[in-house]
Structure formats: structure tokens, C-alpha cells
Design a binder for this molecule. Structure first.
Ligand SMILES: [Zn+2]
Ligand SMILES: [Zn+2]
Length: 289
């Protein structure tokens, strides 16, 4: 394995281990403190752990080369993983809201324990995030950088718990625990939506990358005999694209000649645009619709 892969995998493992400790710490402290908000925050961190496991398993499967039963490659393994995560996270948020409403005002949250739990979590997440973004930047690993950003987002959830605890201290009203946990649940659901949305766009084959279309047209323009590129369609599979398109040639040109040019264009596109894993070009005589 390359140094980049080893160091990146190590950072992932440190992140997962740190999150497991924080999740257990917050859930246990949340139970001791009778605080739904702190328990929800702990559940949020536990979801992150599961998310990391599934995402990296997905990335591993997605990296396998195409085979006869999956000629487009295995890129959608990543998409399936992120869709499952997105739906489960939104569902977890709904459960927390139901629980918060059912017990609203009836819990007796201990604000000091809430502060200790959420405060420790904020410090821990900032340390983890700084470490992972440093490794991510060093090896320009997008997955690590995304994780580092995600950890900073978790700080908001813990901050809601801190604010809830402070409000309990100043007002003496423990229902702020319920309000804080609803805020945490809304943050959780928003994060779930952010994970789910690109996966749904991909399954619906939404054409989301005009920049790649532009680059393909530029490459075609370097071949003067190839005219009027049109119907450029892209299928996204996780982190790469499969492209097909139409291209016109003079009607008198031999099949041999047009095939030669088309093959060159296909090679150029694949080498100049790394996101394009494969491209098929449909040839037609000039002026055809
Ligand atoms: Zn056409
Ligand atoms: Zn061919």
C-alpha cells in the first residue's frame, strides 16, 4: 500500500475510535443526567460512526474494476451506501423529535452533567477535525476532508446542548432540555438530507455537470473533421461518469477513417477528464438529425 493510503486509513481509524468514545461517553452521561438532548447528541455521534464504516466499505467496493455482471463498474456501491445512511439519519431525527415531545417538561435534566458531556464533545470533535483535515490536506484526500467538515458540523449539535444547559441554569426550567434535543434532531435531519440529496440526483440521472460537457466539446473541436457534438449524456456512478454522445462526419468518409477519429476522441476524453471512466460515440453523416 502507498503511504497516502496507509496514512489516510489510519486517520479514518482514529476518527472512528474517537467518535466511538465520544458517543459512549455522551449516551452514558446523558442517561445519568436524564438529558434527552445529550442522549440525542450521543446518538448523532453513533450514527457518524456507522456512517464512516458504511462509507469506507462503499468506497472499497466502488474501487473494484468492472466485471462481466457489472460492466459499468461498481461506483453505485457508494451511492447505495450514502442513500441508506441518509434515510436512516432522517428517521433517527424523527424518532428523537417524537421522544422529545412525549417526555416534554417531564424530564429532570442535570445541567452540570449536560455541560460536561457536550463540552467534552465539542473539544474532542475540534481536535479530531483539525487532525483529519491536516492529513486530508497533506494527501489531498476528499473523503477525509469531507469527514473533517462533518465533525465541525457536529459541534453545532453539542453547542445546542450547551445552550440548553445554560438556559436551565439561568431559568431553572428543565423543559429547555426538550427544546435542545429537538434542535439537535433538526440538525441531524438536515445532515441526513445533505447526504441523501446527491444520491437521489444520481439515481434520477440528473445531468449535473455542464463543465464536463464543455470540456468534451473543447476536445472534439480539436478534430476539424468531427462536427456538431450533440446529445451528450452522462451517467454518474459514485465518483465517476459513463458518457455517450452523437458526432457527425462527412457522409463520404470511410467507416475506417471515422472509427479511427472517434477512437482518438474517446481516448483523449478519458485521459484529459479523469472523472470520465468510459465514453461511447454514435457516428452519423453530416446534417443528420
Ligand atoms: Zn444525432
Ligand atoms: Zn471501436
Amino acid at each position: 500500500m502507498k503511504e497516502r493510503t496507509i496514512k489516510s486509513l489510519k486517520a479514518v481509524k482514529v476518527g472512528i475510535a474517537g467518535n466511538i468514545m465520544l458517543a459512549i461517553f455522551k449516551v452514558v452521561l446523558g442517561i445519568l443526567a436524564h438529558s434527552i438532548a445529550l442522549i440525542s447528541d450521543g446518538v448523532d455521534t453513533a450514527i457518524d460512526v456507522v456512517k464512516s464504516f458504511i462509507v469506507y466499505r462503499g468506497i472499497k467496493i466502488a474501487g473494484e474494476p468492472p466485471d462481466s455482471s457489472h460492466p459499468y463498474g461498481h461506483g453505485r456501491a457508494e451511492t447505495i451506501a450514502s442513500n441508506i445512511i441518509g434515510i436512516s439519519v432522517i428517521f433517527a431525527g424523527i424518532l428523537i423529535i417524537i421522544q422529545s415531545i412525549a417526555t416534554f417538561g417531564k424530564t429532570n435534566a442535570l445541567e452540570t452533567l449536560m455541560l460536561i458531556g457536550a463540552g467534552t464533545s465539542i473539544i474532542g470533535k475540534i481536535i479530531l477535525s483539525t487532525y483529519m483535515s491536516r492529513v486530508g490536506k497533506k494527501f489531498s484526500n476528499q473523503a477525509l476532508l469531507a469527514d473533517a467538515k462533518d465533525y465541525l458540523g457536529d459541534v453545532f449539535a453539542s453547542s445546542a446542548v450547551v445552550v440548553g444547559a445554560l438556559l436551565i441554569i439561568f431559568t431553572g426550567k428543565t423543559f429547555f432540555d426538550g427544546i435542545a434535543s429537538i434542535v439537535v434532531a433538526l440538525i441531524i435531519m438536515y445532515m441526513g438530507y445533505k447526504v441523501l440529496q446527491p444520491g437521489l440526483q444520481e439515481i434520477m440521472e440528473e445531468q449535473d455537470n455542464p463543465k464536463i460537457v464543455e470540456k468534451i466539446e473543447q476536445i472534439v473541436n480539436e478534430f476539424p473533421k468531427a462536427i456538431n457534438p450533440h446529445l451528450i449524456r452522462m451517467s454518474k456512478l459514485g465518483s465517476y461518469y459513463i458518457v455517450d454522445m452523437h458526432l457527425e462526419f462527412p457522409g463520404s468518409m470511410s467507416i475506417e477513417e471515422s472509427h479511427r477519429i472517434v477512437s482518438m476522441i474517446e481516448r483523449e476524453v478519458k485521459s484529459k477528464i479523469p472523472e470520465v471512466q468510459d465514453i461511447t460515440i454514435h457516428v452519423e453523416p453530416f446534417g443528420n438529425k
